[in-house]
Design a protein around this ligand. Sequence first.
Ligand SMILES: [Zn+2]
Ligand SMILES: [Zn+2]
Length: 388
Amino acid sequence: MAQQDYYQTLGVGRQAGEEEIRKAYRKLARKHHPDLNPGDKASEDRFKKVQEAYDILSDSKKKQMYDQYGFYSENGAPGTGPGGAQQGPNMGFGGFDFSEAYTRAAGRGRPSASDASGAAGFHDIFSQWFGNQQESAGSVPEKGTDLEYGLSIDFWQAIKGTQVRLKIAHQEVCTTCSGTGARTGANTVCPECNGSGTVTQMAGAMRFSLTCPKCEGTGRLRNRCATCHGDGRISAQETVEVRIPPGAQQGSRLRVAGKGNAGTHGAPPGDLYITVRVDPHPFFRRDGDDIEITVPVRIDEAGLGTKIEVPTIDGRALLKIPQGTKNGQKFRLREKGVLNSRTSARGDQIVEVAIDAPLVKDERTKELLREYARLHPEDPRAEIWTKV
Ligand SMILES: [Zn+2]
Ligand SMILES: [Zn+2]
């Protein structure tokens, strides 16, 4: 704000006393108060100047500095460091409770400016200094937040891909106010600063003039939209069609752009992230793009070698079991795994052999196994004993 002649603003002479200054201020404040001049920008500016002038001239210390140097600065007089101007505790609005006077005119009750400023402690002041935007966040456009959604699909949906309809609960732009949060029509004077755009706060013996946090210095508050209560957004359910590409893995994360929460005051919306959970299959296991399966093999099949049919995700496939196959041995069926939609390549299927010990009850089979033992008397644990 350009430096103004405070005496001229209030229309008083340089020798004007305390009482004369107060009277001039009352008269001008009443005349230019935004409540009485809705929408009049010139009047509003005038009102701010009148308040600033009174703020300085009603305060003996500030007035003294202004008279001496031709300006007043919160940082103190020229040549002294910050806080060099000695400030006493009684430097608030002197004597005139002006919010009360205009409350009657506007027909509604408001907290007075002096109450609001007097109650503020160090925390409030310093949080403002260091950029705590919490109080004013309501009118600053902010991108909408992202949303996370967990989606369970079964084994086959993950492999082949699928299309799902999700009901998403999120914040949408309020249609009543088109996201502005404001009701159409006149706005009102900020009750925090009575339209001046600045508030005065005390911290011990120090006194600060701050941009009003409620209206961010505009002096006006918008009438809130009745539907969204000023937020510009409403909670709503939306059905979102999501295509899960083939080859989705456990924990795959899909981004659906723009389907998160709506932004405030016209800011863009956030995104929707869908994390895929794949339900387990009774036999097939996924290891990335590979499919694993454990198949039981009879003792004679393992010993003599054979060809067996094993299930794959494409249907049956033949697998050669060589002579002397051991329990736990793995065989690879190339390109029988999952088609990866990103790489267009297929994984393999890994078949693990589980040799089934026969549950023998009949004498004939028992005799065959005893015969086998006589032919192979070697200790199968011999290697273990050499290393224990
Ligand atoms: Zn609204
Ligand atoms: Zn305000």
